[in-house]
Design a protein around this ligand. Structure first.
Ligand SMILES: *[C@@H]1O[C@H](CO)[C@@H](O)[C@H](O)[C@H]1NC(C)=O
Ligand SMILES: *[C@@H]1O[C@H](CO)[C@@H](O)[C@H](O)[C@H]1NC(C)=O
Ligand SMILES: *[C@@H]1O[C@H](CO)[C@@H](O)[C@H](O)[C@H]1NC(C)=O
Ligand SMILES: *[C@@H]1O[C@H](CO)[C@@H](O)[C@H](O)[C@H]1NC(C)=O
Ligand SMILES: *[C@@H]1O[C@H](CO)[C@@H](O)[C@H](O)[C@H]1NC(C)=O
Length: 491
């Protein structure tokens, strides 16, 4: 008996090891699609799986993304943009059509594991004034009814992603948390409805924005390893704004009789460029601290149980609105092309790994011609303005990674970004004869002159990765059979 139980024991250790290798601690992320050159969905799905993500949130029901997530083992929260709320609130038939086209189809035809529909995105944000106050709750009700009607009521739950500004606290402490007065009753109705239908609360938390918005905010309090500025709140001592923000919500929920409803964090992260506090060191520090907590299953002082945390964000998006600030395009833990920005330990000693199978355009750039007469500054600035109207020039803004270029390189940066964004079209490097194509990389750390990925026909080669996965799982099944035989013989 002694001999075989050791073998059986080793088998179970191996199985457990395999399970944890797949990321049972459950990392979750946001996959935004506001890019001029989006990565092919199969590459993104593999990127997520390779890095231990098993949950993803989409801001819209993008068909290619939803299809790509089919049979991936990744659970999906799919969002409805705010501008669709009015129509969905307006008629149950609209909500039914939405669910049919954007949920049911993918669940049944593609095998996409959709678990949540997120109604709107931060619809009660102060800066939206009251634009979505009337439509959010009816849209929520109509979508919930439509999910039930489609036979998805048990599998797919509803939520409303909230900005932390739905909360207020008179004392300035987490324990004083309650819902903002102007939406207090509406919030209670929504939360009651979510609770009655098995839905969840989704809250977005932004320590970076707390720091960015307030010059007096104690910087260390934005991070997790802070010991400098603790905030004492009754019996609890808060060492970071993340815990304090989350617990402000928990206090508000408890105060209004909803202490039991599940809460997830829909967005949290740190950008890497285009703000004095947005850089690689700060982003790595914050996100590593966050990941370490997630891997440990650490909650907050008032919510010690593990929390599902959707990291914001997986990849950079060069076509996002910069209204909040130029940093808005640089939240990814990966660059837009799935390359690694900075080292992260994704849990259990696993280092972050880049996207595989990405196809790039040729290694060439468009720069200011050495022979160009730069005598007319108007011509130059017109050309830059034109280029940056279509391409993302945020990195060239003052205080950013390309903010210290000499005037010639600065012009070249704008030309080059335009040229890449236009897929290196020949006529995209002809700024009044001021520009010329070069194969010499103009990058000078920390300033990187991108090469865009190939989003043309050649993208179809990505099926190669699916083959490798097929090979891998075949190998796994083979090993399982061999092991089962060995165990069967031994036990
Ligand atoms: C970028 O965003 C604008 C405005 O949202 C949109 O009109 C445009 O089609 C987008 N461009 C690309 C290439 O996705
Ligand atoms: C979802 O379904 C509606 C039909 O109600 C359609 O108009 C819409 O474009 C679909 N896609 C997204 C991304 O919402
Ligand atoms: C450099 O170019 C960017 C646009 O790419 C522009 O916003 C910035 O003002 C320029 N800087 C200088 C010093 O000319
Ligand atoms: C650019 O140069 C070509 C010939 O080298 C000339 O024919 C053309 O007119 C020039 N275009 C501009 C806008 O200067
Ligand atoms: C398995 O992988 C090998 C090379 O790694 C490849 O040549 C072969 O086509 C793959 N087979 C399948 C069934 O995907």
């Amino acid at each position: 008996m002694g001999g075989f139980s050791l073998l059986c024991f080793m088998f179970f250790v191996w199985v457990l090891g395999f399970e944890s290798g797949k990321g049972v601690w459950g990392l979750a992320c946001n996959w935004g699609l506001q890019s001029t050159h989006p990565l092919p969905p199969d590459i993104v799905v593999r990127l997520m799986k390779d890095n231990g993500f098993d949950k993803v949130k989409l801001f819209e029901a993008d068909p290619a993304a939803l299809k790509g997530l089919g049979k991936s083992g990744i659970q999906v929260m799919v969002g409805i943009p705010n501008n669709m709320l009015a129509s969905l609130a307006g008629s149950p038939a609209n909500a039914e059509a939405w669910v049919q086209q954007n949920v049911s189809t993918f669940v049944s035809k593609s095998g996409t594991d959709i678990r949540f529909v997120a109604i709107g995105n931060e619809p009660f944000l102060h800066s939206y004034k009251d634009m979505f106050i009337q439509t959010t709750f009816p849209a929520l009700q109509n979508i919930q009814a439509a999910l039930v009607k489609a036979g998805l009521g048990k599998k797919v739950k509803v939520t409303v992603p909230l900005n932390a500004d739905v909360l207020q606290t008179d004392s300035g402490l987490a324990s004083g948390g309650d819902f903002r007065l102007d939406i207090h009753d509406l919030m209670l109705k929504i939360i009651k409805f979510l609770q009655d239908n098995g839905g969840i609360i989704t809250i977005n938390i932004y320590p970076f924005l707390s720091l960015q918005a307030d010059p007096n905010f104690p910087k260390e309090f934005a991070f997790f390893s802070n010991t400098a500025n603790p905030v004492v709140d009754g019996t609890i001592t808060y060492t970071n704004v993340y815990d304090a923000n989350f617990d402000t919500l928990i206090s508000a929920l408890e105060k209004n009789g909803f202490g039991q409803i599940p809460v997830v964090i829909g967005e949290v992260g740190w950008p890497t460029d285009c703000d004095p506090n947005a850089n690689i060191d700060n982003a790595r520090r914050f996100n590593q601290g966050l990941l370490d907590r997630i891997v440990k299953g650490q909650g907050t002082p008032k919510h010690p149980a593990p929390i599902d945390v959707y990291l914001f964000s997986l990849i950079d998006e060069d076509n996002k609105s910069v209204e909040p600030g130029n940093f808005e395009r640089h939240w990814g833990i990966f660059n837009y092309d799935g390359s690694v920005k900075y080292q992260l330990n994704m849990g259990k000693g696993k280092a972050i790994v880049p996207a595989k199978g990405v196809k790039y355009l040729a290694r060439q750039w468009c720069v200011l011609s050495p022979s160009a007469g730069v005598s007319d500054p108007n011509v130059l600035s017109q050309s830059i303005n034109y280029a940056c109207q279509y391409a993302d020039c945020t990195r060239a803004s003052p205080g950013s990674s390309c903010g210290n270029l000499d005037p010639q390189r600065n012009v070249s940066y704008a030309f080059s970004m335009y040229y890449q964004t236009m897929n290196q079209r020949k006529d995209a490097c002809s700024f009044n004869n001021l520009s010329v194509v070069t194969t010499v990389d103009p990058s000078q750390p920390p300033c990187r002159y991108e090469i865009m990925i190939d989003i043309g026909k050649h993208d179809l080669t990505a099926s190669g990765s699916a083959k490798v996965a097929g090979n891998g799982s075949q190998l796994f099944i083979f090993l399982m059979i061999v092991l089962a035989l060995v165990i069967d013989g031994a036990c």
